[in-house]
Write a protein that binds this ligand. Structure first.
Ligand code: ZN
Ligand code: ZN
Length: 290
């Protein structure tokens, strides 16, 4: 075994406890990182409460990570010790194989043969999402690390996770010139969705969000109209703004069933309208009533 360190783990809801842990020596294509910055994702809050649908307690948290390379496997060619990097997929609990169809085309996220990261048990249960960004070190396949320029801070680099996520969704939604959209929820992901969709040419873009300072930010970032659903009916307003048609794309970032229902009611459902809705938030409980 290799490096030893401490990591915070949610072993019971609403509480972090520190555990002594150990990483193995890196495999041929693996790299060990010293985590330097890790952001708090909305999904980390679900984990902390014990309500994350894919990361049962006990679980590590923190996957939006930038760090420094401290050790490399024998066949690693793209990184050297001391490199400053953004690391994708930290805390995913798996590492890509580096050799399948997707891995060799630079898309390790879709690896068909991922292998489990090392983990350990607490109270007979395997710790999910180990190792993560809130511990001192993490390990991953070299294909998941991207070097960052000297003038980009670790903190700035850690925001790449969100930008990559929303960019992927905007591309899949075919958001571009000639499409209108609503972003429901203007937290960090919602605001980035607004920015990326706008850069892609989507226009107009409306934002629905109950918190005023977030609405103000959305306006600053170029939302064509902002709607507070506590003060007015967002569906009615969007229908007015689109002459009754609804929007082409709804980016639902709220993770809240009421908002999702509103999204379904705002999207263009006319024949040939090709309206589409993207569920980008995480729900704390299953629901079959939509
Ligand atoms: Zn996240
Ligand atoms: Zn693979």
């Amino acid at each position: 075994m290799g490096i030893k360190f401490k990591t915070p783990i949610v072993a019971e809801p609403n509480k972090f406890s520190w555990f002594d842990v150990e990483l193995p020596n890196p495999g041929p294509y693996e790299v060990i990182f010293r985590n330097k910055a890790c952001l708090i994702c909305g999904s980390d809050l679900h984990s902390y409460k014990g309500l994350h649908p894919f990361a049962p307690i006990p679980t590590c948290t923190g996957h939006e990570v930038a760090g420094e390379v401290v050790e490399i496997g024998s066949k690693v060619t793209t990184l050297t010790v001391g490199d400053r990097v953004y690391v994708a997929g930290t805390g995913a609990g798996t590492m890509p194989c580096g050799q399948c169809f997707y891995c060799v085309r630079g898309n390790p996220r879709r690896c068909v043969n991922p292998h489990k990261s090392t983990s350990f048990k607490i109270g007979g249960k395997v710790v999910s999402r180990f190792p993560s960004g809130f511990g001192e070190y993490s390990i991953n396949h070299e294909a998941r690390a991207y070097k960052i320029p000297d003038d980009v801070s670790f903190y700035e680099a850690a925001t790449t996770t969100d930008v990559a996520y929303v960019t992927g969704v905007v591309i899949r939604s075919e958001g571009g010139i000639g499409n209108s959209a609503v972003v429901i929820g203007a937290g960090p992901i919602g605001l980035r969705t607004l920015e990326v969709a706008k850069a892609a040419g989507v226009s107009p873009i409306f934002v629905s969000e109950p918190v005023d300072y977030r609405l103000k930010k959305a306006k600053e970032l170029g939302a064509d109209a902002v709607i507070n659903p506590m003060e007015e009916d967002p569906v009615k307003r969007v229908m007015e703004l689109t002459d009754g048609a609804g929007v082409d794309i709804v980016y639902d970032v709220a993770g809240n069933l009421r908002a999702t229902q509103q999204g379904l009611d705002m999207v263009n459902t006319r024949i040939g309208g090709a309206g589409r809705i993207y569920l980008m938030g995480l729900y704390e409980a299953p629901n079959n009533n939509l």
